[in-house]
Design a binder for this molecule. Structure first.
Ligand code: C5P
Length: 399
């Protein structure tokens, strides 16, 4: 099992460390907690021991401790995360002071180091703290910017510990990033579009955006710069991802084209509406005045247009069908010139639109295919990006 070391300092936000532990555990990581002496004034180490199943470390010279444990633990962990990190701890790290287990461990660590500061806003903005942060950054330490908001001291400003989900996503990116995705722009579209008849009526579809949001999250963890163009959804955007919200297909097309030049991979997950009303009324139509027949027209096919100006980009299309999904997806793969097509049959109950799970068939232009049996959309996003990685590496070796 992969493991991380979580350094915990004396901050009121210390309770958020429990959530951080849980989130890492749900991603399959073991967590070993190292507390500063002062942090034990806020929370008894036994709480973290109970949550992690491993004895929390506080002192350098604990009786039950293996000799030079700070050195042996170094080889076991793939990340040192300090959250919350106080001004004092950051200052000690920046000047190489090693007077307790956590600071000694930092100097011995060979893995990536991520620091999430939490402190009063004046302390955070103090030139000394900022200088310490700059120095640590120049040494390769990464930081999760604190939030701006109400602080424990009653003041408002920067210094609040970043949300646990954001900290964990940044940590996972440090552990999981791959050279293939580093410095590459991955453009993802997600969710439905809405095509309006008047200000209160529209045509749309039940797409939730979950598949696209999972792909965006996974691409971020793999080290990519991710641009997510999203139709209307209630989902929280994954931290670290640049989000642009759109409503109609025409807006989605404009947003996609704006970023297309920089994109290396495009994952066109959005369920773009295929038609819209020929006329959109500026005022709500009265029931008595509605025409019997409403004229419609097709929306622009974004993916088809991208396929015509593909260059070196890798295009991934999605085909949600009701019956004969593979046959229909194969036709679309050719017509839209995509490099990988993901077909799914949305007529099956419990998979597809709005569900947390899906069952898909991956199709390649060379005739290969691969079925991914029913599983979570998170797992499917991992499988899709693993195949994208293969395609990117194949192209690199051909050049
Ligand atoms: O033709 P169909 O809508 O089934 O095609 C599905 C694929 O094409 C998806 O990847 C979808 O995002 C994309 N698409 C598009 N523009 C449209 C309709 C679909 O880019 N107007």
């Amino acid at each position: 099992m992969k493991k991380i070391a979580l350094g915990v300092c004396s901050s009121v936000s210390i309770y958020k460390a429990c959530e951080i532990i849980r989130l890492f555990q749900s991603e399959g990581f073991g967590v070993r907690v190292i507390m500063t002496e002062k942090a034990t004034r806020f929370i008894d180490p036994y709480l973290f021991t109970s949550l992690t199943g491993e004895r929390t470390i506080v002192h350098l010279f604990d009786d039950q401790q293996r000799p030079i444990e700070h050195i042996s633990l170094v080889d076991e962990v793939s990340l040192l995360l300090v959250a919350p990190a106080t001004a004092n701890l950051i200052g000690k790290m920046a000047s190489g002071i090693a007077d307790d287990f956590l600071t000694t461990f930092y100097l011995a660590a060979k893995c990536p180091v991520l620091v999430a500061p939490a402190m009063n806003e004046a302390m955070y903005l103090h030139p000394q703290t900022q200088e310490n942060i700059r120095k640590l950054k120049s040494l390769g330490v990464e930081f999760v910017e604190p939030d701006t908001g109400y602080l424990a001291c009653g003041k408002k400003g920067p210094g609040r510990l970043a949300p646990p989900e954001k900290i964990v996503q940044q940590g996972l990116r440090l552990v999981r990033a791959k050279d293939t995705f580093r410095d590459k722009v991955v453009l993802v579209t997600a969710g439905p579009t809405r095509e309006f008849l008047d200000p209160v009526r529209f045509v749309s579809n039940p797409a939730s955006g979950k598949m696209g949001y999972e792909l965006a999250r996974e691409a971020y963890q793999l080290g990519a710069e991710v641009i997510l163009i999203s139709g209307p959804t209630w989902l929280e955007p994954p931290p670290g991802v640049y989000l642009e919200r759109v409503t109609e297909a025409a807006e989605m097309k404009e947003a996609v084209l704006k970023h297309y030049a920089r994109a290396r991979v495009v994952l066109m997950t959005a369920a773009v509406a295929d038609f819209r009303f020929r006329k959109t009324r500026p005022e709500k139509i009265r029931k008595t005045e509605i025409e019997r027949t409403l004229e419609i027209e097709t929306t622009p096919d974004i993916l088809e247009e991208l396929g015509q100006h593909k260059g070196q980009r890798l295009l991934v299309g999605f085909a949600a069908e009701t019956g004969q999904a593979v046959e229909k997806a194969l036709e679309k793969m050719k017509r839209k010139q995509v490099d990988l097509m993901v077909a799914n049959d949305v007529s099956q109950p419990e998979v597809g639109f709005a569900s947390d799970e899906n069952e898909v068939v991956l199709l390649w232009p060379d005739g290969r295919s691969r079925k991914i049996p029913r599983t979570s959309k998170r797992k499917i996003s991992q499988e899709i990006l693993a195949e994208v990685e293969v395609l990117l590496n194949e192209r690199k070796s051909k050049r």
